[in-house]
Design a protein around this ligand. Structure first.
Ligand SMILES: [Fe+2]
Length: 175
């Protein structure tokens, strides 16, 4: 199984599903669309340098967590819908390379990513939340270290808060 190829497949499915729900041609137009997902993936790669973080799960989360949004406003059910979508992709074989345990983590991270959950116990789910929360900066919101789930996530939030960096793009790889 070539993960990069699989990720491309998942990405294409997520974009198509997102565009359909949002009723737009290009997900890139949305503040919760492809451009956002790419940044979440870059954060995911960085946060996955931490012990116990499953990088593939966090990178999949980047492209799936918002793909069932129906609009750019408050859409409280989108995390739940994304978790159902993950299970569906697993059942139809798209995510069959994941073990039950990994698919459960991915679905759980999607389901709760927008509920303010902080998950210090599971590094993979925590890294998913942090990868997304760092991107609050696109709304001019500084992520609070206390609401980050991993050590590196807290560190990045501290740096943003201290205004030590204007943005965190320097931290990202493969820009
Ligand atoms: Fe997001």
């Amino acid at each position: 199984m070539n993960f990069e190829k699989k990720l491309e497949e998942v990405k294409a499915i997520a974009i198509a599903r997102f565009n359909k729900s949002m009723n737009i041609e290009l997900g890139a137009e949305s503040i919760h669309g492809l451009e956002h997902w790419k940044k979440v993936e870059q954060n995911a790669i960085l946060l996955s340098k931490q012990n116990g973080v499953d990088e593939e799960v966090v990178r999949l989360f980047a492209y799936l967590h918002d793909c069932r949004r129906q609009h750019d406003f408050e859409d409280l059910e989108h995390g739940y819908r994304a978790s159902k979508f993950v299970i569906k992709l697993y059942k139809i074989g798209i995510l069959s390379f994941l073990s039950d345990d990994r698919v459960k983590k991915l679905a759980e991270a999607c389901e709760h990513h927008n509920t303010g959950d902080v998950r210090e116990l599971d590094p993979t789910i925590g890294a998913c939340y942090d990868a997304d929360r760092i991107e609050l900066i696109r709304f001019g919101i500084t992520p609070e270290p206390i609401f980050m789930s991993t050590e590196m996530g807290k560190w990045i939030a501290e740096k943003i808060k201290e205004n030590e960096y204007n943005n965190v793009s320097f931290l990202r790889v493969n820009q």
